[in-house]
Each structure stands twice: as structure tokens, then as C-alpha cells.
Write a new protein. Structure first.
Length: 316
């Protein structure tokens, strides 16, 4: 096994910086507000809507400027470049829970959650993976630029520094001391940038781990994907993972009326203002084959579990 030492060091360092949010000196209500806004708006728009439902599955279409804006928010979420993220996820769907699945839970919960990001695999070379699964994304100049020389990392780090610079400038220009401006700037960077990134990492990774081992199933898909309400709540609808595997192109992941899907709520807003078109909704045909398989599995065996005589329907 060959470890990705750079990833291990970076993940450890970022988690340590995020832990600084526990220090009272770095607390500010503005930082907390930015943290919550990032998890409720920025990450769902960037990762869930931009990277996942739009770029990966083409579950909707929108103007190019908006597509790139959503992808930019995804880049600021520090979850890899658009084309590599798309390539990994498309491969996941092709080999869900098989040997070639990038984060198959058959390797264990921790492997599916984040272990796969720490190990080098010969069949997961970045270039070949993108060429095989995300050639359409790589043709776009903006996405190609984001991939080159790790520009996506530079953008993400710049967004963290922007929190610091903005907070420092506001306090300094309003007459506060250098010390107060420094404290406020760092509080915004740690809460609004680093801590938000770490929490978003784990909520996204939970879709790969928890939503393949815990929860219920609406459809008998070939894999063991699950609908996990907790993951759906924290990951803005991505936790309805069994629904997603039954109908991957659908831009709506919550199929039941009570399966809250915050990301689809944002899509509906875009539809209302004319910015989202060709939105793919759950297909009765795509899901029906899995629903029928589930019904057949749950039907009582006429030999092992015959129905009581009184339960037979009687024609009028």
C-alpha cells in the first residue's frame, strides 16, 4: 500500500487549524454566521448542485456563466477540481460497491469515508481517470484551467485569505485597534473558511460511507445504497442516496414528500426565475424496475409463508 503523504499532511493540518475554532479568542458571531451560511448555501450550490447534479449527471441545464459560477463555489469548497470530482463520481456509479469503486464500503467504513483519499491506486491515476470519465468537462477552458497546476487549490486558499482580509479591513477602517482587527480577521477565516471546509468534507464523505451502510431503501438497486435521513439533513439532500442510485440523472433526490431536499429547493428557485431548464425529475420507469424487484423480494413465499384462507380477495 502506497500512502498519499501530501494528502495526509494537508488533511491533518487543516483539521488542526479548524480545531482553533474552540479557542474563545477566535469566536465571533459573524464567523459563526459565515460558517452556517457556507454549509447551508455555498456548499449545496457548489458541490451538490454544481459539481454533482449539473456537471456529473446533467440533471439540468443553465446559462454557462451560472454553471461556471456554481463550479467556482465548488472549487471554493476545496473538494478537488470540477473535472476530477466528476470523474471519480461517474466511476463510482459505474462500479458501485465493486472492486473498482473509488470508495467502495466493502473496504470498510473508514475506507469509504476518507481512507480512499489517502492511498495511491494504480487504476486511479488522475490523468487517465479524467480522460475516461470527464472528457466533456475537461474541454471547457475554465475547468481545464482549474485543473492545471492545482489552480483549484489556490482558489480555495485565496477564499480563506479573503475572509481574513475582509474582516481585518472592516475592523481597521472602522477605527478598531490592530489587535482587534487581527482577531476578527482570523475568526472569519477559521470559522467561515477552514472549519466550514472540514465540516463540509465530512458531510460529503458521509454520503459515501453512512449512506451505503445505514438507512432504508426505497428501491432494490444492485448496490446497497441507503437513504439516510441524518446525512440528507446535513448534506442538503444528498443523503437520499438509494433514490439517487435508482435514478442517477434526476435532479431531485428526495422522492417521498417528506424527504427534504434543500438542493432541489435551490433548483426550483432557479427554475422560477428562468435560470434552470430541462430539469430532470424522478423517472417512474427508471425507478419502477427497482420497486418491482423490492415488491417481489418482500412478497410472502406461497410455500414458506402461505396467506391465511380468510385473506384471499373475493370477486364481487
Amino acid at each position: 500500500m502506497r500512502w498519499k503523504r501530501d494528502n495526509i499532511v494537508v488533511f491533518a493540518l487543516v483539521h488542526l487549524i479548524a480545531a482553533l475554532a474552540l479557542l474563545p479568542w477566535l469566536f465571533s458571531w459573524t464567523g459563526v454566521t459565515l460558517f452556517v451560511a457556507g454549509l447551508v448555501v455555498v456548499v449545496p450550490l457548489g458541490i451538490n448542485l454544481g459539481y454533482h447534479r449539473l456537471l456529473t449527471h446533467r440533471g439540468l441545464s443553465c446559462p454557462l456563466w451560472l454553471e461556471r459560477a456554481l463550479a467556482f463555489l465548488g472549487v471554493c469548497s476545496m473538494q478537488d477540481s470540477p473535472q476530477h470530482w466528476v470523474a471519480v463520481h461517474r466511476r463510482h456509479h459505474q462500479f458501485a460497491e465493486e472492486e473498482h469503486d473509488p470508495h467502495s464500503p466493502i473496504g470498510g467504513f473508514l475506507w469509504a469515508h476518507m481512507g480512499w483519499l489517502l492511498v495511491k491506486r494504480d487504476d486511479m491515476g488522475r490523468g487517465p481517470l479524467i480522460a475516461r470519465y470527464a472528457r466533456d468537462i475537461a474541454r471547457d477552458p475554465f475547468y481545464a484551467w482549474a485543473e492545471q497546476r492545482n489552480n483549484w487549490i489556490k482558489i480555495g486558499l485565496a477564499s480563506w485569505l479573503a475572509f481574513f482580509a475582509g474582516g481585518f479591513a472592516v475592523m481597521a477602517l472602522s477605527g478598531h485597534s490592530f489587535y482587534e482587527a487581527l482577531q476578527f480577521g482570523f475568526s472569519l477565516m477559521v470559522w467561515g473558511g477552514v472549519l466550514r471546509t472540514v465540516v463540509a468534507w465530512h458531510t460529503t464523505w458521509s454520503v459515501n460511507s453512512l449512506s451505503h451502510v445505514c438507512g432504508y431503501r426505497n428501491y432494490e438497486t444492485p448496490d446497497d445504497s441507503r437513504n439516510n435521513a441524518w446525512v440528507a439533513l446535513t448534506a442538503a439532500g444528498e443523503g437520499w442516496h438509494n433514490n439517487h442510485h435508482a435514478d442517477p440523472r434526476s435532479a431531485r433526490h428526495g422522492h417521498k414528500w417528506w424527504e427534504l431536499d434543500l438542493t432541489f429547493f435551490y433548483i426550483r428557485i432557479l427554475m422560477a426565475v428562468g435560470l434552470a431548464r430541462d430539469v430532470v425529475l424522478p423517472s417512474p420507469g427508471a425507478a419502477a424496475k427497482y420497486a418491482l424487484a423490492r415488491a417481489a423480494r418482500e412478497a410472502p413465499d406461497p410455500i414458506i409463508d402461505p396467506a391465511p384462507a380468510g385473506d384471499h380477495a373475493v370477486a364481487p
